[in-house]
Design a protein around this ligand. Structure first.
Ligand code: COA
Length: 307
């Protein structure tokens, strides 16, 4: 069995901050941020929390899936920014949406979190442990940002994306999934502190490892670049996406982006983009997509998704 996406949803706070506004609080400029990152604005939660955003995205995905909440038997939230340490965000979401039959847990693999959660869901389905999975990536990163640090505050944003996976007959694709804790100091957030990052190190890591992971997952599944309709990369930075496309020698228009609107929303970025593309009618049944994630840990990987 394989988990097929049968519903998507997303939510971002209505409030946002554009580069011009940001440049009034730290020494930066719209031009610098656009040129180095491609980001134009980011949505920032005022009233919303990680749980409330996750709930809104989840409700949309459930409606789109035409499954009812009682049919969900596994609910995973990927997040690094839960409201509280206990209970986990997934249990809080369960309570709000009445998914009473679901096993619930959170997963923290930073910006690779949604990818690893997707792989986890596929493994549960393949093992016959569940049938219908609600997968959510939700982040309120604005609470983990030092708004006086121009090297990080320009990059991140808040939001949530969700997908519902339903078990169907089919073969499981092999994945490429990697972590290297020895390089963890490149991107950290201590308890009670803010996100700190060695930007250049993370940049170099991403442009080296992501093309390698994608090449690996294609090989593992006997696929070629031309078999893939869209390469859905974690939305961290336009220059990273461009460098990956260039290294792979694949045209950039196969790499959809929405980071200009939302900034880096960590584990929410991939489901946010999937939902946007789904609603725009850009995804067709049977198409093969590649999901690729990378981030703190360091962790990275790539998986095949058959739409
Ligand atoms: N506005 C203006 N200047 C800035 C700035 C900002 N927001 N942030 C840094 N600078 C300055 C630096 O102080 C430095 O000045 P100096 O030359 O006088 O010392 C100069 O710009 C260049 O800094 P540098 O850090 O070398 O810039 P960069 O080209 O590496 O770009 C990032 C910085 C963060 C955009 C880039 O490293 C990056 O995209 N890294 C990956 C980050 C990422 O995606 N992380 C999440 C992965 S999940």
């Amino acid at each position: 069995m394989i988990g097929k996406i049968c519903g998507t949803g997303s939510y971002v706070p209505v409030e946002y901050m554009d580069n011009h506004e940001l440049s009034r609080t730290v020494e930066t400029s719209d031009e610098w941020i656009r040129e180095r990152t491609g980001i134009v604005k980011r949505h920032i939660a005022k009233e919303d929390t990680t749980v409330s955003m996750a709930v809104k995205a989840a409700k949309q995905a459930l409606t789109d899936s035409e499954l009812c909440e009682e049919e969900i038997d596994l609910l995973i939230v990927s997040t690094i920014s839960s409201n509280v340490i206990l209970p986990c965000t997934a249990c809080e979401v369960q309570k709000e949406i009445h998914a009473i039959n679901a096993t619930c847990f959170d997963l923290n693999a930073a910006c690779t979190g949604f990818l690893f959660a997707y792989n986890t869901a596929q493994a549960y389905i393949a093992a016959g442990m569940c049938k219908n999975v609600l997968l959510i990536g939700a982040e309120c990163l604005s609470t983990l940002i030092d708004w006086k640090d121009r090297t990080t505050c320009i990059l991140f944003g808040d939001g949530a994306g969700a997908v519902v996976l339903r078990a169907e007959k089919g073969n499981l694709y092999r994945t490429v999934s990697c972590s290297d804790g020895r390089k963890g100091t490149a991107l950290t957030c201590d308890m009670g502190d803010y996100i700190k990052m060695n930007g250049q190190e993370v940049f170099k890591f991403a442009v080296r490892q992501v093309p390698e992971a994608i090449a690996g997952v294609l090989k593992e599944n006997n696929l070629k670049e031309e078999d893939i309709a869209h390469f859905i990369l974690h939305q961290a930075n336009r220059r990273i996406v461009e460098a990956v496309a260039r290294r792979m020698n694949v045209e950039l228009d196969k790499f959809p982006m929405n980071l200009q609107e939302y900034g880096n929303t960590s584990s929410a970025s991939i489901p946010l983009l999937l939902d946007e593309m789904n609603r725009q009618g850009k995804l067709k049944r049977g198409q093969k997509l590649i999901l690729a994630g990378f981030g703190a840990g360091l962790s990275w990987g790539a998986s095949v998704l058959e739409w």
